[in-house]
Design a protein around this ligand. Structure first.
Ligand code: URA
Length: 217
């Protein structure tokens, strides 16, 4: 399901595949164990990887099967770079890498100031040759959107060929904020939830994704 915005090229792709929706529901349950939550995150990120790479360019190359020579498609150009926003984005990364094992990985460290909810950068490391790479930014939760806005702003300084943003859950407020700043960056999400609460959590949501992935609460 795709919802292109009417006044800009910004697009939101809601991955409505039943497998993704089923696993997301399991992840929302508050009594789910850390290991189960982590495994589901891994599985769902693999499925999301299929969607976000769906229109990757391919080129035809000549290969030899056991029977004859033939032309067959391979993914074109330099490697994709997955950009994980620390720390929850890391939980989204393994599944993506399982599907695209040759991808490079960048990291952006941002924390939310608990009072202002503004994103503050503390780490930024990308591969070389970013101008030849397609960047896929990972953060399971697009809540206020402040971290995503700041991460993509910083990433744009490295001039990647293209940028996409993938999350598991988005709040309407976060989507609006993100696309107000980055109308050129499509968002892929498994669901758009109702709203943010006063603490910047997505409702009904799934709680703190980082804590649930890493078992820190
Ligand atoms: N970050 C989370 O992990 N969960 C939310 O609901 C919002 C931000």
């Amino acid at each position: 399901m795709t919802h292109p915005s009417t006044d800009s090229p910004a697009a939101v792709h809601v991955v409505s595949h039943p497998l993704v929706q089923h696993k997301l529901t399991l992840m929302r349950e508050k009594d789910r164990s850390t290991s189960s939550f982590r495994r589901l995150m891994h599985e769902v990120s693999m499925l999301m990887a299929y969607e976000v790479t769906r229109d990757m360019p391919v080129q035809m190359v000549e290969i030899e099967t056991p029977l004859e020579r033939t032309m067959a498609p391979v993914i074109d150009g330099k490697k994709t770079v997955f950009v994980a926003i620390l720390r929850a984005g890391v939980g989204f990364l393994d599944g993506m890498l399982e599907v695209v094992p040759s991808a490079r990985v960048g990291h952006v460290g941002l924390y939310r100031d608990p009072k202002t909810l503004v994103a503050v950068e503390y780490y930024f490391k990308m591969p070389h040759d970013m101008h030849e790479r397609d960047a896929i930014v990972l953060d399971p939760m697009l809540a206020t959107g402040n971290s995503a806005v700041a991460a993509v702003e910083r990433l744009k300084e490295t001039r990647p060929k293209s940028i996409r943003f993938v999350c598991l859950l988005a709040a309407p407020e976060g989507l609006a904020n993100f696309h107000a700043h980055h109308p050129d960056v499509p968002v892929y999400t498994a669901a758009i939830d109702r709203q943010l609460n006063d603490h910047g959590y997505i409702m009904p949501g799934l709680g703190d994704a980082g804590d649930r992935i890493f078992g820190t609460k």
